[in-house]
Design a protein around this ligand. Structure first.
Ligand code: AQP
Length: 341
């Protein structure tokens, strides 16, 4: 059953600070999309507790993540921004989906395998993470999900779950859409160590709201083309992480100049990093200013998230009511009409 207005849902874990990988891979697209789609953006704290964490830190990280998203340009007058655990229907639908999701599919997920090998004891929640993600998306019956490349496999599983549920319970008129991924050109940003994807949990990030000094301190020693050992060695821009960041933060003319200077050893890597730093500052400085403004308004973030949760919950309740009705489960007691004496 298609919706009249196309809808997007996407989430981000409050497992650390919002970094430029999250921004370029997903959040930048959210900011643009929010004006064209009915948009639901969620700080997914239930996902963040699938790995060890410190409870008081989780609450402050959730708050900080909301500030960062608003500073990055999420506009609560057009998009719904909320925290996952404020809408209990997410976990309720996740349980329902757990009953139709094949275990083998969950065990095959690359992110599960990566994260599980970093844990001494693997909680079931880590395995079931993509089921909760499917519930997050399908609760809003979203058509599209703007994500980075690392989430494409999870999204394929969401589509599979939607297909299975529809085939079992609404074979004639599919209830859930099969949402598609919206990928940005910067699908996968590498960490500054050049070793792995930039990731909150790997400590190889550049935070969106870090100070210019902090950003430069990370950029300065960042890995470049390993074959450029001396200043006079010509480089290959395509193998250099810094070059790819230029493409995200600088105009095409600068990117072309950077490539030329690298190939001819006209610039050293440090010169190239200085030009990248200037480009990053053009994007990041206004976000820092917006974050400072948000922090100066007591209660603002709480109000935005409270309104967002109320809006999200209206849709979530409707979906769950239909799902429970179709599946033969009991209705939500809060929604049942009062018994007449
Ligand atoms: N390095 C990246 N390049 C491009 N996109 C990325 N995303 C994350 N890292 C990169 C995209 O950001 C969105 C939010 O991600 P998330 O917080 O839900 O989880 P994640 O993908 O697991 O991000 P992290 O930073 O790696 O967090 P941890 O370390 O806690 O697992 C997603 O759309 C993601 O694709």
């Amino acid at each position: 059953m298609a919706l009249a207005t196309p809808r997007v849902f996407s989430g981000i874990q409050p497992s650390g600070e919002l970094h430029i990988g999250n921004f370029l891979g997903a959040v930048q697209a959210w900011v643009e999309i929010q004006h064209r789609y009915e948009s639901y953006f969620c700080v997914v704290d239930y996902h963040a507790i699938t790995v060890p964490y410190v409870p008081p830190e989780l609450r402050s990280r959730t708050h900080e993540m909301a500030i960062s998203l608003l500073a990055a340009g999420i506009d609560p007058s057009v998009a719904t921004l909320f925290v996952q655990s404020a809408v209990p229907e997410h976990t309720e639908l996740a349980w329902i989906f757990n009953t139709i999701t094949p275990l083998g599919e969950l065990e095959r997920q690359t992110q599960f395998k990566d994260k599980a090998q970093r844990q001494e004891s693997v909680p079931a929640g880590l395995l079931n993470y993509p089921v909760l993600q499917a519930a997050d998306i399908l609760l809003y019956r979203a058509d599209s999900v703007p994500v980075g490349e690392d989430q494409v496999q999870h999204l394929e599983l969401t589509r599979e779950i939607a297909r299975r549920w529809n085939a079992r319970f609404t074979p004639d008129t599919p209830f859930f859409p099969e949402p598609k991924a919206l990928l940005t050109p910067a699908r996968r940003i590498m960490g500054l160590d050049g070793q792995a994807k930039m990731s909150k949990s790997l400590g190889n990030t550049v935070g969106l709201l870090e100070s210019p000094d902090e950003v430069w301190a990370k950029l300065r020693p960042a890995v470049t083309d390993p074959k450029r050992v001396r200043r006079t060695d010509p480089g290959t821009p395509e193998v250099c992480n810094i070059y790819h960041l230029h493409k995200a933060f600088n105009p095409e003319s600068t990117v072309e100049m950077v490539a030329g200077q690298c190939r001819t050893a006209g610039w050293g890597c440090l010169d190239c990093k200085k030009v990248l730093f200037e480009g990053m500052e053009r994007s990041l400085a206004p976000m820092r200013a917006r974050a400072a403004d948000i922090r100066s308004r007591p209660g603002h973030v709480e109000a935005v998230l409270g309104d967002g949760a109320a809006t999200a919950r209206r849709i979530a309740r409707d979906t769950l009511r239909d799902v429970k009705e179709i599946m033969g489960l009991a209705p939500d007691a809060g929604l049942r009409p009062r018994a007449v004496k």
